[in-house]
Write a protein that binds this ligand. Structure first.
Ligand code: EZ4
Ligand code: CO
Length: 402
């Protein structure tokens, strides 16, 4: 089966998505997500100018060889743009192979390892009372695991907290908006949130929290220690982890489980974290870490070291990525949890999909392939809109991590 055509589709049904569509001489088509939030057009160019011309005429079944061709063959390895483009090709080819086999993708990946994919939703509030109401709402929707974020007194805007509850969307302006950050105020406030959550809802549900790269290792160690009584499922991105060794500090001080990796692109970004047992969950996403092929490699390494998966699933992972991730989640032995931020109705209409949510679990569905398609006519009605992620400054104006 030969690849006869490949095309990039850019659409903005509420937010931007970049999708690769690959066609074959047997009439089978496959889709892959290539969205890099705030940097969408860089991946479009990478695919159109550098990848697609090399795909035409290739064997659509040769997934591993194509992955190696795009990774080794580029000479310039790794990086979010290269790896998102590589992922889009990889996922589209897995979609095609599974359709050729007339099977849902998870069957090709070894079959079902569990009955469903436990997911977590986002409870965001301007203050503790509002966050508690949001947690209650997710419990009512059947969620077994909930991420809780909360405004901090004295900080005007904060990661994770906006008016839009179900559809939190941080990329909110063409030129980045600016937020202000205070580590001391945050560190004083956060334990109060989790104290209130456990006091009100007990310990039955899994509770998670995202620090969003804001702390230094020793500050993160202090936070992890102060949250121990509330037994979090995980504390996410406590520090920017391009310095993987820094995570040893956190580990030496706290038993709060740590999750890292949503901005990672390859196994090399998480090798030290995994091999030294410095994290508990690896958050690499199908779209940003080289597709199903590379994510399985990361999961295999993680499995050796008792690290479980916790794929990034914010709204900027398109339904195509979410669909693919669910097949991965169902089939990988060391699955931990899947993040599930719901997409808007407009997005769901542009990307009809087989996956479903019920009672705390997601199912990828039984459609051949990954089960996610695109309505191209509808997609064309939503043109690209430049949208950047915010930047963050300390109270004295120093640029900080958002
Ligand atoms: O800020 O996906 O856990 N989820 C997150 C996300 C990220 C965005 C960045 O594109 O941290 O909300
Ligand atoms: Co995060």
């Amino acid at each position: 089966m030969k690849i006869t055509a490949a095309r990039v589709i850019v659409t903005c049904p509420g937010r931007n998505f970049v999708t690769l569509k690959i066609e074959t001489d047997e009439g089978l088509i496959g889709l892959g997500d290539a969205t890099v939030n705030g940097r969408e057009l860089a991946v479009v160019s990478y695919l159109q100018d550098h990848v697609i011309p090399t795909l035409i005429g290739r064997d659509a079944h040769a997934i591993e060889d194509t992955w190696q061709y795009l990774y080794r063959g580029a000479y310039w390895r790794r990086g979010p743009i290269t790896m998102a483009a590589t992922s889009a090709v990889d996922v589209a080819l897995w979609d095609i192979k599974a359709k050729a086999a007339n099977m849902p993708l998870y069957q090709l990946l070894g079959g079902r390892c569990r009955t469903g994919v436990m997911c977590y939703g986002h409870a965001n509030g301007a203050d503790i009372a509002e966050t508690l109401d949001e947690v209650a709402r997710f419990i009512d929707m059947g969620y077994l695991a909930i991420r809780a974020q909360c405004g901090v007194p004295g900080i005007a805007s904060i990661y994770g907290v906006t008016k839009d509850k179900l559809f939190y969307e941080p990329a909110d302006a063409a030129i980045p908006t600016e937020s202000t950050w205070s580590t001391p105020k945050y560190l004083d406030h956060v334990p109060k949130l989790f104290d209130a959550i456990r006091a009100k809802f007990g310990f039955e549900k899994h509770i998670l929290h995202d620090v969003h790269h804001r702390l230094t290792p020793i500050e993160a160690a202090r936070l992890g220690k102060s949250l121990e009584p509330y037994r979090l499922f995980w504390l996410e991105d406590p520090t920017p982890a391009e310095n993987q060794e820094a995570l040893r500090w956190i580990r030496q001080h706290t038993v709060t489980p740590i999750a890292i990796g949503e901005v990672f692109n390859t196994i090399h970004d998480c090798r030290t974290l995994i091999q030294e047992g410095l994290i508990d969950y690896i958050r690499t996403a199908v779209v940003h870490a080289g597709g199903i092929t590379h994510l399985r490699r990361i999961a295999s390494l993680a499995d050796l070291h008792h690290v479980r998966t916790g794929c990034h699933g914010a709204t900027d992972m398109s339904p195509v990525c979410m669909g693919a991730a669910l097949h991965f989640d169902l089939s990988v032995p060391n699955f931990g949890i899947q993040e599930y931020m719901r997409h808007t109705t407009q997005t769901d209409e542009v990307f009809p999909h087989a996956y479903t949510y019920a009672d705390g679990y997601l199912q990828p569905g039984e459609a051949p392939g990954h089960g996610v398609t695109i309505d191209e006519e509808l997609a064309a009605r939503y043109p690209y809109r430049p949208s950047a992620l915010p930047v963050n400054r300390l109270e004295d104006g120093t640029l900080w991590n958002w």
